[in-house]
Design a protein around this ligand. Sequence first.
Ligand code: F0G
Length: 459
Amino acid sequence: MHHKTTIEPFRIKVVEQIRLTTEAERRQFLQHAQYNPFLLHSDEVIIDLLTDSGTSAMSANQWSAIMRGDESYAGARSWLRMESTIRDLTGYPYILPTHQGRAAEHLLYSRIGGPGKVFISNTHFDTTRANVEFSGATAIDIPIEEGKHPEVYHPFKGNLDTGRLEALIERHGAENIGAVILTVTNNSGGGQPVSMANARAISEICKQHGILYILDACRIAENAYFIHQREEGYREKSYREIAHEMFGLADGCIMSAKKDGLVNMGGFLALRDLDLALKCRTVLIITEGYSTYGGLSGRDMEAIAIGLEEVFEPDYLNYRIKSTGYMGEQLRKIGVPLIWPPGGHAIYVDAKAFYPHIPVEEFPGQALACELYLKAGIRCCEIGSVMFGKYDENGKLIPAAMELVRLAIPRRVYTQSHIDYVVETFRELEQETERAHGYRITYEPPFLRHFTARFEPVV
Ligand code: F0G
């Protein structure tokens, strides 16, 4: 029998109550949060699509391993288990545990960054860019051209433009390139996958010039699924083998385990080079914790070791990517403009096209995020000029390349009816687009402003 519906390959054992608020209540909550969904309380939210990070539901297996966590300061059994899982998966010998991805970024980029250094990526995630820039270095994004056009189909829209990479190496000099960072899947570029061919071409260029090559691997299992489906020669390989092959092309990786690690907290830095690992370990011990726990409890390390195995299970990955695709297909069917094809962990709506009457200076993405919340209690995140906008010397906004709203899907948390509710909400918002208005910023910090900025409506 051929099944058309891809079901969630799990049963629900524990539930968490959702408070169903009214639109009037939400209007007050949002005003109180100064029109920044990051400042809402989670009890005020019905469906939380703010992030897929740290929001996974853990399995019964992970929860039972929590009890086995060994909380010894040094050389804990749980650490040895996590370390050997990561070594097997990545092939990298030196593993540094951290409390999350950005802590691993800090360990590495604070050591190899600094003024005069240049980092090149398909797209730096916001914390990656912030860590690079905080060190005094420069971060340059070079996605392929197709990756910049929401409607253009490409099977690997997350690819890095290798022609531009060679030109940048020529211009800046290989000795000034801190690292090439390949983000798989490319989160800020729409959660789009990177092909093995692209990862390999970058590896060859980096080897030829002696440049460090780092994978930002927090969604590498999802990326492996796309390679399996779309790239010639990978149909017979397991998802884990595909990921292992990709790790093998690079000199190391940073991983936020809060994504494909299927845990609520954790991360690591893994490296091939002993000298570099020792340098980073010094920062690890100063800022995170001793080298056999980083910022983690023993129980966290147990859960990570299991999560990194479960995430490669074929039924899980198939459900995961299909359910994200389902949301994308339903929204596209009703005419919502979005990045196509759907990525692995999220759907990215093109807010500039959804609200063409709101100028980028008034943040159409922020407007859509606010409307989704008011209408249905859906929380999501702007990825546009609030997150990436800069100012020129006259204080005029230099907008981001795209004005997107990201609907990120937590792993193993929501069912198809939750997704249908989101689609229904869009159907209603589409009927009343002209009612939406822009926002202006009333407060912003110098780095990562989207987390804490405050807004007021432009009316
Ligand atoms: N790299 C990428 C590609 C990420 O998506 C994130 C986090 C990080 C690094 C940093 O990891 O949060 O554990 O410190 N992304 C989350 C998101 C926050 O919502 O996309 P972290």
